[in-house]
Write a protein of this length. Structure first.
Length: 512
């Protein structure tokens, strides 16, 4: 036979209110309170502590019988249902050497409840009964706190994903959709004609904190995104450079953090601005204040005849004009990022697979009849793609021009000479190594065979050239392409082959 007794919720039979005073035994009360410290707050650990404190077994299960914590204890289903539905608040069950205490625990979800059950071989005395009662209260508090924390985390993740989606829309020039998405949560954020992109680089472990500080510093008047491609980067798109001073101040307070910024661009050129900001990080590494802005230096396209540059760009990209508008825009946007970064990183930035990035770029290669394994071809196509997106409505009428015409201008040649002459003071002949390495497609092993040196020596020479030229070379992108154009302008490298044709590809001009 067994003796069963149940306590009704809200009973008023004169029983002493339960309070954690610790008068009878301060140790268990103090240990229980320790579970509420910020370093604790783990329901599973509390239930394990309860089992140890009463020298028995404890478990927490929800209304469906799912075990939430502890070791499962066989329980009467009807009794559990009475507690989870609120008919009774708690129950005690003694039967042939098995003594149980069950206490109802409210869950944060409306109408949801759980049962904290404890079993032991000896009867419950006042001390152990108090431990069970007070532990149930602590468990209820922790469940509420966990739900609040999880809800906050879910909201933060959703907001972070939304910011990334907006950035990805900007990267593919879909400014209309980007503004529409942003308007719901951040009205006016993208109501701008121009914007700057900043990239902050710090320790991977500090990135979340840096992102939060960027949000605080900009007052959420900028788009702050945790970079999907580089774990140490935080990307900030700020209208009209409005957040520049705040970000520079933030960097000043965080030693070891770098800041690279772009020149102002239209929102449609966010991808270009992003590439400039990443490029500026290479310069920032060598600056005492660890900050740099891309607009601080002269770029080769600004030294070319605008009308000739426009005509040459239109002629080079003409094979893409036969495509549907959305397909052409997709290929152009993907190629810009694919030439600026690796296929893997470009895919992360765009939110597509790397195979998709490679397939789109291979299609562009075929249409332009070129080979992107050739660094000179990459540099020239990169120039055309960035010129195409930057063409203004009031740009001068295009004139027919070839690549040689663009590179022959005296201003461009003077710039190229001044840039590469910086390398002449190094006795290791960095200029020869760099030229050979570029001709070898950026492959250190092939360049080493030509030069008769070790591949690691080639890499060291190229790396040594980076601070001298104030450009990042080992990571393909705008910096490297500028240096390639300088070599082409001086005739140190031969021009790219833009006439190769893959006749088997369905997009090849021979099929049209």
């Amino acid at each position: 036979m067994h003796e069963e007794k149940a306590e009704m919720a809200g009973r008023t039979d004169g029983a002493r209110p339960t309070q954690v005073t610790g008068a009878d035994n301060p140790t268990w009360a103090q240990e229980l309170l320790e579970q509420l410290r910020p370093t604790g707050r783990d329901v599973r650990r509390v239930v394990l502590w309860l089992a140890d404190a009463v020298h028995g077994t404890a478990c927490l299960q929800d209304e469906t019988g799912t075990l939430l914590a502890g070791t499962r204890i066989p329980l009467d289903d009807d009794l559990v249902a009475d507690i989870t539905t609120g008919r009774i608040a708690s129950a005690a069950w003694d039967d042939a050497g098995r003594h149980l205490r069950l206490v109802g625990v409210e869950q944060p979800r409306p109408g949801a409840a759980a049962v904290l059950a404890v079993a032991r071989e000896t009867p419950f005395d006042r001390r152990t009964s108090d431990i069970v009662t007070h532990t149930a209260q602590v468990v209820e508090l922790l469940l509420r706190a966990r739900e609040t924390t999880e809800a906050a985390c879910r909201l933060e993740r959703a907001t972070s994903d939304l910011r990334l989606a907006i950035l990805q829309l900007l990267m593919v020039e879909d400014t209309v959709a980007a503004r529409r998405v942003a308007a719901g949560l951040w009205p006016g954020l993208l109501d701008t004609d121009s914007a700057c992109v900043y990239v902050l680089e710090g320790c991977v472990e500090d990135r979340d904190r840096i992102a939060e500080e960027c949000l605080d510093a900009t007052g959420e008047r900028a788009l702050v995104v945790r970079c999907p491609a580089v774990d140490a980067h935080v990307i900030v798109v700020t209208p009209r450079d409005a957040a520049a001073d705040a970000l520079r101040s933030l960097i000043g307070r965080r030693p070891g953090t770098l800041l690279g910024g772009s020149a102002p661009h239209s929102l449609a050129r966010t991808a270009t601005a992003y590439g400039q900001a990443v490029s500026a990080l290479a310069v920032a590494r060598f600056r005492p204040d660890k900050q740099a802005v891309y607009a601080e230096r002269t770029h080769p396209e600004r030294l070319m005849d605008p009308a000739a540059l426009r005509g040459w760009t239109a002629q080079l990209l003409h094979p893409l004009d036969t495509l549907a508008h959305h397909t052409r825009a997709e290929l152009l946007a993907t190629s810009r990022l694919g030439l600026e970064f690796t296929a893997v990183n470009a895919a992360k930035i765009l939110g597509v697979s790397r195979n998709t990035v490679r397939a789109r770029m291979e299609r562009v290669e075929t249409l332009l009849r070129t080979d992107f394994s050739d660094l000179t071809a990459r540099a020239v196509v990169h120039l055309a793609l960035n010129t195409q997106i930057g063409l203004a409505d009031d740009a001068p009428d295009p004139v027919q021009a070839g690549l040689g015409d663009l590179l022959a201008g005296p201003a461009l040649r003077a710039w190229a000479h001044d840039l590469l002459a910086r390398l002449d003071t190094d006795a290791r002949d960095l200029r020869r190594t760099l030229r050979t390495w570029i001709a070898a497609g950026g492959n250190a092993e092939r360049a080493a065979q030509t030069l008769g040196m070790h591949a690691q020596t080639v890499r060291e020479h190229v790396r040594s050239a980076e601070p001298v030229l104030e450009r990042q070379l080992l990571a393909a992108g705008s910096d490297l392409y500028e240096v390639v154009l300088a070599h082409l302008a001086l005739g140190d490298l031969g021009g790219p082959d833009l006439g190769r044709s893959n006749r088997d590809h369905p997009d090849s001009p021979v099929h049209g």
